[in-house]
Design a protein. Structure first.
Length: 469
């Protein structure tokens, strides 16, 4: 580790073996090395004493002044612990060239797609995948350090919210294959516009080796520019939600219910006789709700085919894969059907969630209620993005729209100007005000969408209606 990290053995035995690296002092890894990360709100060096009391004796630090290390400690002193982690993970990953690694990038749907791909590949061989959304400068090295010789595949989620963040992650992942889920309105405060997002996310194309492939929706914004960035010998495999002569697969929505999403999967379009119906399809069901998840599943199917997973196993794996927590997750609590999608939010994902809410409504259910909070990190596009969401809420026929946050009043006005007389809306300044008054607007039997950026902590609404959840 010291060689890879370009560090100095400050204390102890440099030959001591470690079973991994951990950064969370609350969850020490037995036999592992504690890497002291310096963040905006914390400094890992402040927790060395506590970690030492838990039994840790190996530390990777960038500061030694004022620190009392436990007896018999081994200490690696580096200039920057995060960069050291990246270098160590890169060196470790390079020892497993035989393992096929798939990097999953994109604006929306990364975690769902990553989980679907991992479920599919696990039908053929042991597969490692990123935990939850461990997709940043800490999560990616952590995942790579979990690879061992028993793995056949690794599916690594790689995220970004600032220009220049993705390339260093891809450099250490060294992917054999890449997946781009979408190019959308993410983190526009830092990327400025869709072309800024495209420039960043499209970097996956340049990270793929000859013989590899990129899997991408046919209608992805900027697909032509991404393909131009592919190296020699790298293939492009496309999917679509519409009939296509070019896409490897296309999907056709059949049903969205509390049990998930059902759709038909067709291979490349071929001519059929006049008046004949194309019967060459497979029926697929996934547990995630929403037509937008069809694209994620199609990408997973294509990756599975590339790796030689039997077709029946692919479809079984997709049906078995749980929906990620707080991402179009359905819970029935207190007589309400909740569509919980409050892990994060941008214009594209909110509009997709509103479409899903429309599909969930049935004759037996009550009204549709959309509780929509602030979407963060949108910069100069924030006002217009919130206006577009309000327009979408009106257009999809939401019966009751409850807007919360900085743009709530304006969203209410846009909604009212475009909704029918039987559609209702209200605005709330803060999540706390909404939490206190929300029961006035929902009734038993209603279908309720909860959608906002993570900072709004909309899961408190779930806890309100179902204590202990």
């Amino acid at each position: 580790m010291s060689e890879a990290a370009e560090g100095l053995i400050y204390l102890g035995n440099g030959d001591i073996p470690v079973k991994g690296i951990f950064t969370d002092s609350r969850n020490p890894l037995p036999g592992g090395a504690f890497l002291a990360v310096v963040g905006e709100r914390f400094d890992g060096h402040d927790f060395i004493e506590a970690v030492g009391k838990a039994g840790c004796r190996v530390f990777i630090v960038s500061r030694i002044e004022g620190i009392s290390f436990p007896e018999k400690s081994s200490v690696l002193w580096v200039n920057d612990t995060v960069e050291a982690y990246r270098r160590i993970a890169a060196a470790y990953r390079s020892d497993f060239k035989e393992i096929k690694i798939i990097a999953v990038c994109g604006s929306n749907g990364k975690t769902t797609t990553k989980d679907l791909i991992a479920s599919v590949l696990s039908k053929k061989g042991k597969t490692l995948s990123s935990k939850r959304s461990f997709n940043n400068h800490i999560g990616v090295p952590q995942t790579l350090m979990e690879i061992d010789s028993s793995h056949s595949y690794a599916v690594i989620e790689a995220g970004t919210n600032h220009p220049g963040e993705l390339a260093p992650l891809l450099e250490i992942i060294e992917p054999d294959y890449g997946v781009v889920t979408s190019i959308g309105h993410e983190h526009l405060e830092f990327f400025a516009d869709l072309d800024g997002v495209l420039s960043e996310e499209g970097g996956i194309a340049e990270a793929l080796p000859s013989g590899g492939a990129i899997f991408i929706p046919e209608d992805c914004y900027g697909i032509a520019q991404i393909v131009k960035r592919l190296g020699e010998g790298v293939r492009c495999v496309t999917v679509s939600r519409h009939s296509s002569r070019k896409a490897e697969l296309y999907g056709e929505l059949q049903e969205i219910s509390q049990n998930g999403t059902v759709f038909k999967v067709f291979s490349k379009t071929k001519e059929v006789g006049k008046g004949q119906v194309d019967t060459r399809f497979k029926t697929c069901q996934i547990r995630s709700l929403g037509a937008h998840h069809i694209t994620n599943a199609l990408l997973a199917i294509c990756v599975g085919k590339e790796m030689g997973v039997p077709e029946d196993d692919i479809y079984m794996a997709l049906s078995e894969c749980p929906a990620p927590e707080m991402r179009t997750e359905v819970k029935v609590v207190g007589g309400l059907t909740l569509l919980i999608d409050c892990y994060n939010a941008n214009q594209d994902s909110v509009c997709a969630a509103l479409e899903t809410l429309k599909h969930l409504q049935s004759k037996e259910s009550g009204k549709t209620v959309a509780i929509l909070g602030t979407m963060g990190e949108l910069g100069s596009s924030a006002q217009e993005s919130h206006r577009q969401v309000a327009l979408k809420a009106a257009a999809t026929g939401v019966a009751c729209a409850l807007f919360c946050g900085e743009y709530a009043e304006e969203m209410r006005e846009v909604f009212r100007a475009n909704a029918s007389p039987d559609q209702f809306s209200e605005a709330f300044d803060t999540p706390e005000t909404l939490l206190a008054e929300v029961d006035k607007y929902v009734s038993k039997g209603d279908c309720v969408l909860l959608k906002a950026s993570r900072s709004q902590k909309f899961e408190r609404l779930v806890q309100k209606w179902s204590p202990g959840v």
